[in-house]
Design a protein around this ligand. Structure first.
Ligand code: ZN
Ligand code: ZN
Ligand code: FE
Length: 762
């Protein structure tokens, strides 16, 4: 007896080859009927014998195409219609736009093979793509996702491409960005004075490699923007790039041609290997194996380096010309500015950094930087979630009654929108200090509202009154509902959202700075929190930041502040006090501390790291956030002993305080007994973990909770994250760590959304 099934598939199922996949499955299983795209996904009307239909539905669930994300499959029985074949029906036009859009994806294995096949018509064609790979998010201007709504609109398909496009059994069936040398975009090589050198791909690739090996800096237009490339083994070239980019410390990311090449000089674990080869192709932070394989200017002072494998055809091409090439591939921007992605900006903004430009005549609509991840104990963590992952949605159990917009935080910004039952986190937008970055942010928000057809009724931001994002949310709200969320509550809620936890947990939010409900700067918070509310139950003690923002850049001020709070005078004989005595501004800063003038109070873990790094003589002034903390961690990694000191917390009626003064005094006494700096740095880490464990044990006993959430930028410190989560597990706590959003403020917007959603329930 034949049966009729009505099958609805929801998720990312459009523009990812879902209909040809269904078509092929139907033919394989003897199913008749049709498949079509509609606004909410894919609908299949299927008729066949019961056994065949069972196999068909099972295969839909298990074998869907690589770019698809299946959220829900609903199957209903219906009346037999008596179809005589299976076909792909025209898309049904309705008014509602779908919320899904595929991310940009690395070149797939099939396309890669064709790219290097001299007999293929797309041999060495740098815009080769298919249904399973290539640019999407970066080229889509509007939905529905049709070629006319993408950056491919100016390139009508040639007959050969059109034939593939219309063949349901072809890999390029309905691949919107498909192209070939006859009909698609092409490359250009320019000198930085805009002199055109070549438009021939092979010549450009050969010249690029030669220029790089000669020591030049080449700007190369990629998927989400321009990279700045140079030879990573050439000190002179890397140093020049640092100078021109005005980036003295922050490590540069690398690219090499193969996994084998990476393994020559970096340690790669199985999980790291999997991520390096994944279709998202993130930058992975790996530990050095061979110390002198690359210029020491790539990652000064650090034994870790970020590296990725090629993901665009042109990148594959240049590495095929020289298998031993190791390139710096850093975002094309001036320090702290957004990545350059428009050709018209490129020569203006990068012309004084790059000597040459490789670009192409297709617009990048939505920019994105490379994503950055690290792996600890075979568990991956995000530092930056952008290209390859955006705009993959977070799926919610419940539909949101109204659309929401969450502005995120001002550092490492991503914003978010919520609609139906999804939250979409934006690409990485960086630190919203400069006007240029703020403009790019505003444009990205407008783009998201347009392409995802979002009309927010509620505008959510941080509580920080000085944040750009807070003010912008006020502006965008135009009198609509505003919700403000405490920064560290958002950090914890982001993890609660990921694991779908509704019950309260013990949440540790350790980060740099976040505005607290008492008006002070928080950042070493122990919260009892659920998705709706939180209670601050413990934190490290406050210390002054003399000069506010200035103290974050001149960390010696924080070191001095910590000494002051601990009652340690400058006669104490350690190198740091010697240097302070020789510093003409010491007396002035001390006066600020004594009179509490322009000395906001802070307890951020990041700031404590800054201050301890200063006291240990590891950092004095920094050029990039977390530089002092990274150097402190790096120093601790060299420790050999198991040194430790104990810190006692103080329990008061309104919560637990962990005294920084005691930590400082312990550090000073170790310094005075001539213990090596690396041992003290490690003892400091270990003691933080130990006192945190003690406080958690007390909170667990008091509140009857056994689940602990760790989040916040300070947990990008591997020693802290690794040691604390390990020991918590040993003590039978359930430990939840963010896996889908960055540990830093890049995940704040997701937390903001779920807190607001819960509060809106009333
Ligand atoms: Zn492909
Ligand atoms: Zn063509
Ligand atoms: Fe934060």
């Amino acid at each position: 007896m034949p049966k009729h099934l009505h099958i609805r598939v929801q998720g990312i199922v459009q523009g990812v080859g879902f209909r040809p996949f269904i078509y092929r499955l139907a033919l394989e299983n003897g199913i008749k009927g049709y498949v079509l795209n509609d606004t909410e996904g894919v609908t299949i009307e299927a008729e066949g014998e019961e056994e065949d239909l069972k196999r068909f539905v099972k295969a839909i669930k298990n074998e869907f195409p690589p770019l698809a994300i299946v959220q829900e499959i609903k199957v209903k029985e219906g009346e037999i219609c008596g179809y005589d074949k299976f076909f792909i029906e025209k898309s049904r036009k309705t008014t509602k736009k779908t919320t899904f859009m595929p991310p940009d994806t690395a070149l797939c294995a099939d396309c890669l093979r064709e790219f290097f096949d001299p007999n293929d018509r797309r041999y060495h064609y740098p815009f080769i793509t298919c249904t399973h790979c290539g640019p999407r998010f970066s080229i889509i201007k509007d939905i529905p996702y049709d070629r006319k709504n993408t950056a491919m609109a100016p390139f009508p398909m040639c007959p050969a491409c059109e034939q593939e496009y219309n063949d349901p059994l072809d890999r390029r069936f309905h691949t919107q960005p498909t192209a070939c040398p006859v009909c698609g975009p092409h490359l250009f090589l320019y000198k930085n004075d805009k002199t055109l050198i070549s438009e021939d791909t092979d010549e450009i690739a050969e010249k690029t490699v030669a220029l790089l090996k000669y020591g030049h800096i080449v700007a190369i237009k990629g998927v989400g923007g321009f990279h700045l490339a140079c030879d990573a083994t050439n000190d002179e070239a890397v140093r020049r790039l640092r100078e021109r980019k005005r980036r003295p410390f922050k490590p540069f990311a690398l690219m090499v041609g193969s996994l084998e090449k990476i393994k020559e000089f970096l340690h790669v674990s199985p999980k790291e290997e999997e991520l390096l080869l994944s279709k998202e192709r993130p930058i992975l932070i790996l530990k050095e194996k061979l110390p002198n394989a690359i210029s020491l200017y790539v990652a000064p002072f650090l034994s870790y380096v970020g590296i990725m494998l090629p993901y665009t055809p042109f990148q594959h091409l240049i590495f095929s010309l020289d298998k031993d090439l190791v390139l710096v591939m850093t975002s094309g921007n001036l320090s702290d500015e957004p990545i350059v992605f428009k050709d018209e900006d490129a020569f203006d903004r990068l012309g004084h950094i790059a000597d040459y430009f490789v670009t192409y005549n297709r617009e990048i609509v939505a920019h994105s930087d490379d994503s950055v991840m690290f792996v600890l104990n075979e568990t991956p963590f995000f530092i930056r979630r952008s290209r390859g992952f955006v705009p993959v949605p977070f799926l919610l159990k419940e539909k949101t009654p109204v659309h929401l917009f969450a502005a995120g935080a001002d550092l490492k910004n991503c914003f978010a929108i919520a609609k139906d039952n999804v939250v979409i986190l934006s690409q990485y937008l960086g630190d919203l200090e400069s006007l240029t970055t703020q403009e790019v942010y505003k444009k990205a928000v407008a783009h998201f509202r347009k392409v995802f057809d979002v009309h927010p009724e509620v505008f959510i931001s941080d509580m920080h009154p000085g944040y750009f994002t807070t003010k912008l949310a006020d502006e965008l709200a135009e009198g609509k509902k505003r919700i403000k969320v405490q920064h560290h509550h958002a950090h914890i809620a982001a993890v609660l959202a990921e694991y779908e936890i509704n019950e309260p947990v013990i949440g540790l939010a350790f980060d740099g700075t976040g505005y607290g409900t008492d008006g002070h700067i928080w950042g070493s918070e122990f919260l009892i929190a659920d998705k709706r509310k939180f209670k601050r139950v413990a934190h490290f003690s406050y210390f002054g930041l003399p000069g506010g923002e200035m103290a974050i850049k001149e960390v010696w001020r924080i070191g001095l502040s910590l000494l002051y709070e601990a009652g340690i005078d400058l006669e104490t004989n350690i190198p740091f006090t010697q240097r302070l005595k020789g510093n003409p501004r010491t007396a002035f800063i001390l006066q600020m501390l004594k009179k509490r003038l322009n000395c906001p109070l802070a307890c951020g873990m990041g700031r404590l790291f800054d201050g301890i790094a200063a006291i240990l003589g590891i950092a004095e002034k920094i050029s990039t956030e977390a530089e002092a903390a990274q150097k402190l961690e790096e120093t601790a990694l060299k420790a050999k002993e198991k040194l430790n000191f104990s810190v006692d917390y103080k329990e008061k009626a309104d919560g637990i305080i962990i005294p920084c003064a005691q930590i400082v005094r312990e550090v000073i006494s170790l310094l005075q007994t001539n213990v090596p700096i690396s041992e003290i740095a490690m003892a400091f880490h270990r003691s933080l973990v130990e006192v945190s464990l003690k406080v958690i044990a007390r909170l667990s006993e008091k509140y009857g909770l056994k689940t602990v959430v760790l989040n916040g930028g300070a947990f990008q410190n591997r020693i802290l994250l690794g040691m604390l989560s390990q020991k918590l597990k040993e003590q039978d706590y359930k430990v939840l760590l963010p896996q889908k959003t960055p540990l830093n403020d890049g995940g704040i917007a997701l937390g903001q959304i779920v807190i607001a959603q819960d509060q809106l329930k009333g």
